[in-house]
Design a protein around this ligand. Structure first.
Ligand SMILES: [Zn+2]
Length: 405
């Protein structure tokens, strides 16, 4: 029996730190990581070898013994179920990131391709100089503006200011995503769409960079960094224009929030930029499992199931330590903001409970004025409650998994 692989199915080596070679099969915007045996079988099928002759060829040419049943199993699971053979249709579900929901397209692929001219920003020297300058600015900005005082000042931000901040953050996020897409185009691959959705409770933008898997590790890291690189430069520009000409506090809020959101991307515990930067630079494909595994191994004196080289574990820990410093920096400021907000909200509830406000005082105008003035206070309170529930649920699930081991 001779099988035929569809002409647009591709296979290539996957650049990773795995001791064993791995490969990536690509078809119809989907990718599957496979081992060497599947790679060899793929080659035999593509060269027109009959299925019956494959076990013999594997043994003679590669010293691999495989039973007919095992071969049939691989052909069925990899080639038939994923619709890679002529005459077969895909039967498997595209794996979706469970944390993401309500995805919509903001810029279709054709529109994203129009930004190909921006890939010049990834030419080695430009990338090095602008990249370092951007990183230094972000550090300066963080410690200069994101502090106790600015957080408390935020509780006085009004509804209309928040609308402006939100619009600004949307534009800044689209610039971020175009950074990923441009880096991909610099690597010679075509980008996908730019979209928006929710990650857990946060509205987020995303760029479809599925072709990034085809790039070598170094270029994949550049694609991962591309977003923060573009967004950082955009923020520097906005901050400079505001400092020199406009002097408005709203733009300062805009840059502060975009900066917080941008640095949040480096959190390696969520599947955001930091996660992919670490994965691609260290060549580990299941990073989250690895981090949890080696950390739980140390904490609970469990034998980790992932054996990673000491050098890689060291980089992992240094990165996590740096991220924890930033998380602490933000958390302390956030808790201060939450405390001020909770105190204000509690004071208002007490006035209401004591009958300090009569029904005749409540008009559409007074409600609007109240919402506009204390929008931040209630936003922070509601966000804190939702976040607390989510954290408790995650912790509960983790502990339950631990109990099941
Ligand atoms: Zn990103």
């Amino acid at each position: 029996m001779v099988l035929t692989i569809k002409p647009d199915v591709t296979i290539q080596e996957f650049d990773s730190s795995d001791a064993a070679f791995s490969y990536i099969i690509g078809y119809n915007e989907r990718h599957w990581k496979v081992n060497r045996i599947v790679y060899l079988i793929f080659g035999y099928i593509r060269n027109g070898s009959g299925v019956d002759s494959i076990p013999e060829k594997l043994e003679q040419e590669n010293n691999i013994v495989i039973s007919d049943e095992k071969l049939q199993f691989i052909i069925n699971e990899v080639f038939v179920k994923n619709g890679l053979l002529v005459g077969t249709e895909v039967q498997t579900e595209k794996r979706k990131d469970k944390g993401m929901w309500l995805r919509i397209t903001v810029l279709p692929q054709k529109a994203v391709e129009k930004f190909a001219f921006m890939k010049a920003m990834f030419a080695k020297r430009i990338f090095a100089v602008c990249g370092i300058a951007t990183a230094l600015f972000i550090l300066f900005f963080n410690f200069r503006y994101i502090n106790d005082r600015s957080m408390t000042a935020l509780t006085h931000a009004q509804l209309n200011e928040w609308v402006q901040v939100l619009l600004f953050m949307m534009i800044s996020s689209i610039v971020h995503e175009l950074g990923h897409a441009s880096a991909l185009m610099y690597g010679g691959e075509s980008p996908g769409r730019v979209g928006a959705g929710f990650y857990m409770i946060m509205p987020v933008f995303f760029a479809d960079v599925h072709n990034g898997w085809k790039l070598p590790r170094g270029k994949r890291v550049v694609v991962d960094l591309g977003g923060v690189y573009f967004q950082g430069m955009f923020l520097i520009l906005c901050w400079a224009v505001n400092e020199l000409f406009l002097h408005t506090v709203v733009i300062e809020y805009c840059v502060v929030f975009s900066c917080i959101q941008m640095i949040g991307n480096f959190n390696p515990f969520l599947k955001m930029d930091g996660y992919w930067i670490l994965s691609d630079s260290l060549g580990i494909s299941n990073l989250y499992d690895t981090i949890w595994d080696i950390t739980a191994g140390k904490l609970f004196r469990r034998t980790p199931s992932h054996q990673i080289p000491f050098r890689i574990a060291l980089i992992l820990y240094v990165y996590i330590a740096l991220v924890l410093v930033f998380i602490t920096h933000y958390s302390v400021n956030y808790f201060r903001l939450a405390a001020v907000s909770a105190k204000t909200a509690w004071g208002h509830l007490c006035i209401l409970a004591e009958g300090g406000i009569s029904a005749s005082d409540i008009t559409a105008q007074s409600v609007f004025n109240y919402v506009s003035e204390y929008f931040t206070v209630w936003l922070v309170c509601i966000f804190t409650v939702i976040l607390s529930f989510r954290l408790i649920r995650i912790a509960f699930n983790k502990l339950r998994c631990k109990g099941a081991v």
